[in-house]
Design a protein around this ligand. Structure first.
Ligand SMILES: [Zn+2]
Length: 120
């Protein structure tokens, strides 16, 4: 089934996230959540989607108020694609993030790695 509130596939007839009853099956042009990630990685992902001509929808997870509350600089984004392209997008996502995700929480690792290769 498809939850119209959370934009995701749901097993059974009730969404575990919002608790709403899902009334219908997913349709080809329904938006499906592929991944939530930091802005940098979301941009990277969207670039690849664009190269593959997969339409996408990017949504900020944290509103301005929430960002102020948490004091976090790193805003999170959710990437949605139409269900008809979901499998492709998921593959791209897995390929793109399977290794990168490990380093997600160390923002300095990317830049220091670049500097090392340059100094060598
Ligand atoms: Zn839901």
């Amino acid at each position: 089934m498809y939850c119209e509130s959370c934009r995701r596939l749901v097993e059974g007839d009730r969404c575990p996230l919002c608790g709403k009853k899902c009334k219908r099956d997913v349709e080809a042009d329904d938006l499906i959540l592929v991944r939530s990630t930091s802005q940098i990685r979301a941009d990277m992902f969207c670039d690849v989607l664009q190269q593959n001509e997969i339409p996408y929808y990017k949504q900020s997870d944290i509103g301005a108020g929430m960002a102020m509350l948490t004091g976090l600089q790193m805003e999170s984004f959710s990437i949605f694609v139409p269900y008809s392209r979901y499998e492709e997008a998921k593959e791209i996502s897995d390929a793109l993030f399977s290794q990168a995700e490990e380093e997600e929480y160390d923002p300095e690792s990317d830049s220091s790695a670049e500097m090392e290769s340059e100094s060598d």
